[in-house]
Design a protein around this ligand. Structure first.
Ligand code: SF4
Length: 362
């Protein structure tokens, strides 16, 4: 699609809104034209998000790895009787929060397994424990699956759970558990997770209550290009309605220790071409998102750097403690020093800028 591609990219730069069919065509591009798409996305990034490479000082706290679900892509969760189960109580969590404050983090991020004993109060208790130690920190926590689980366990509506979470100190919701927002694929990789419609409803409810969220996709397993495009279209529609997404974060599938890979139901993750195109097509398709993040945890630092010249403007967080990707087989996921982020940014001729969770520069 030589000239066709150039025309399409010129049209997008001039304000044309990509259709799903056009996004599928872009995802299928091979050879040196991949760089043309990345280059167009980089121009769009510069026009809408500027030249700074942003990051946040954050710390993850995964409260427990015990989970009632058994998602096929998850190498993190444990079942009763498994080795290596952990559960952090109030004292342990507050100790981690104190350490995070010494590290001058501005965001604490908590996502966990769906512990069989959890209720809505289990989540709100965790937020209050964090607040006691760190009154000013931004709590970025839970996701629509956890909200749905808390609602079910406590016989509450999801709106009531979200309100209780907000009251307890939740500032923004994680846009994870989205995986691929196509129910056929969800049935294959995480059939116990909430269906697409419910994920969309809960995210929209959160935005309506003034709780912003991230938006994510997990790609590189058994989804098609059409599934990726359908997923992006759902996110763009929600953003049109709510403006509640702070950023889009593509999460490249870490396959090594996951049941779906071991059973031959998923491929060995996305290729470098796909990682580049995921960022670039997202930048071109999601014309109502200012921020596109590359995940150094999922892609590794070198691929993440290339994502910054394919449409991304943000490097995510310092993290300080990471268990989920490590559980699936990734390495070096615990901490990325801002000095290394600076080296990566300056190597591209850009500057590094520290931000809050909501993208105010610090
Ligand atoms: S992805 Fe989350 S819900 Fe699914 S098994 Fe892992 S911890 Fe549980």
């Amino acid at each position: 699609m030589g000239n066709d591609l150039k025309t399409l990219l010129d049209d997008v730069k001039a304000g044309h809104r990509l259709t799903e069919e056009e996004a599928i065509r872009l995802f299928r591009t091979t050879g040196r034209q991949v760089w043309e798409i990345a280059s167009a996305a980089d121009e769009v990034r510069e026009a809408c998000a500027g030249n700074a490479v942003t990051y946040v000082r954050n710390q993850n706290i995964n409260v427990t790895n015990l989970c009632v679900n058994a998602c096929g892509f998850c190498g993190y969760s444990k079942k009763p009787g498994d080795e290596g189960i952990y559960f952090h109580d109030k004292a342990a969590i507050q100790k981690k929060v104190s350490l995070a404050m010494e590290r001058k983090v501005t965001e604490i991020c908590t996502v966990s397994g769906l512990h069989p004993g959890f209720t809505a109060q289990s989540y709100t208790d965790v937020y209050r424990w964090i607040r006691e130690v760190a009154p000013g920190v931004h709590i970025h926590a839970s996701n629509p699956m956890e909200v749905a689980y808390a609602a079910k366990k406590s016989h509450m509506s999801t709106v009531d759970v979200l309100e209780a979470m907000k009251e307890a100190g939740l500032n923004s919701l994680c846009g994870t558990a989205a995986e691929i927002l196509v129910d056929d694929i969800r049935q294959k990789i995480c059939k116990e997770k909430i269906p697409t419609k419910e994920w969309v409803r809960i995210i929209t409810e959160a935005h309506g209550l003034g709780i912003p969220s991230t938006a994510t996709i997990m790609y590189g397993h058994c989804e098609s290009d059409a599934d990726r495009a359908a997923h992006l279209a759902i996110l763009r529609d929600i953003q049109d309605e709510t403006q509640g997404f702070t950023e889009f974060v593509p999460l490249s599938f870490i396959h090594m220790n996951t049941p779906i890979f071991r059973q031959g139901k998923a491929r060995a993750g996305a290729t470098g071409r796909e990682d580049q195109l995921m960022v670039a097509v997202a930048r071109l398709f999601l014309d109502n998102f200012k921020n596109i993040q590359v995940s150094w945890v999922k892609e590794g630092i070198k691929m993440a750097q290339l994502g910054l010249i394919a449409g991304a403007n943000d490097l995510g967080g310092t993290v300080f403690e990471e268990s989920i990707s490590k559980g699936a087989g990734a390495t070096n996921t615990d901490y990325l020093d801002p000095n290394e982020m600076q080296r990566i940014a300056e190597d591209l001729g850009r500057t590094l800028a520290r931000r809050t969770t909501l993208y105010e520069l610090i």
